[in-house]
Design a protein around this ligand. Structure first.
Ligand code: GLN
Length: 242
């Protein structure tokens, strides 16, 4: 990985790109560039080699059948696994999160598909589809809590094994399906359900991913309009529920 020119690698947008999660890759790149770091955004589609020198890799949400193809392509290529072994970060949303687990079930076929095995997690069809605005409470490395806003839309419910820890606690929404825990963290892999894109809506989570990837703290970067918008969203979703 080139720390001076970090690569943000957006994987398989044509397969797992229907919820606009590519915005996560854009905001990571921008937040580095706004700090004067010469970051580069790479878009990698199925069939193209996955570079092994990226700093952060991103997977987004998509439909069940696209998930099967994404697993096959990533396993055949192997580059993502090499990059993670070399210290890169993977940030995966919804369908992308589910394929990182040990297995996931495809709705129409009710078939259990082997995942990438990067997270100790298994996804099965839930009794209902989890749809709606969410508010999740993320505990940052310094112990402070930070509400994460976004929206979820998934039929799969995810159960974590002991090697994976939840990313956040659910205040509003379904999270992993149990309405209690949300997402998963294991080593250098973070999986989460919210779209939004979630890293655009929640810049401190974006900076956490970048700091993990670069192995150092970044100078604070506050965009007051964004902070105000975030606050309004948090209040709106709490008010809607009450
Ligand atoms: N197809 C998966 C599910 O319904 C993921 C959906 C998504 O990415 N939003 O559980």
């Amino acid at each position: 990985m080139n720390i001076d020119r970090p690569k943000i690698v957006l994987l398989y947008q044509s397969l797992l790109g229907i919820y606009g999660d590519h915005g996560n890759a854009v905001v990571l790149t921008k937040r580095l560039q706004w700090r004067g770091i010469d970051a580069e955004l790479l878009i990698v589609e199925p069939g193209q080699p996955v570079p092994t020198d990226g700093a952060v890799y991103l997977l987004g949400g998509g439909e069940d059948t696209a998930q099967i193809t994404a697993v096959q392509e990533l396993e055949a290529d192997g580059g993502l696994f090499t990059a993670l072994d070399d210290g890169a970060m993977l940030f995966a949303v919804c369908a992308g999160y589910q394929i990182c687990g040990k297995s996931f079930t495809i709705g129409a076929r009710n078939e259990v598909i082997k995942g990438l095995g990067l997270l100790d997690a298994e996804t099965r069809r839930g009794p209902e589809r989890a749809v709606g605005e969410v508010l999740h409470i993320w505990t940052q490395p310094d112990g402070n809590t930070y509400p994460i806003t976004g929206f979820e839309n998934h039929g799969g419910w995810t159960e974590l094994g002991s090697d994976a820890k939840p990313l956040a606690a659910v205040e509003i929404g379904w999270g992993n399906g149990n309405r209690r825990d949300e997402g998963a963290v294991q080593g250098r892999v973070i999986g989460t359900y919210p779209h939004g894109p979630v890293l655009v809506r929640n810049p401190q989570l974006a900076d956490h991913v970048l700091e993990m990837a670069l192995g150092r703290r970044l100078e604070p970067l506050d965009i007051p309009e964004m902070t105000a918008l975030r606050q309004r969203r948090i209040e709106a979703v709490r008010t809607d529920r009450s």
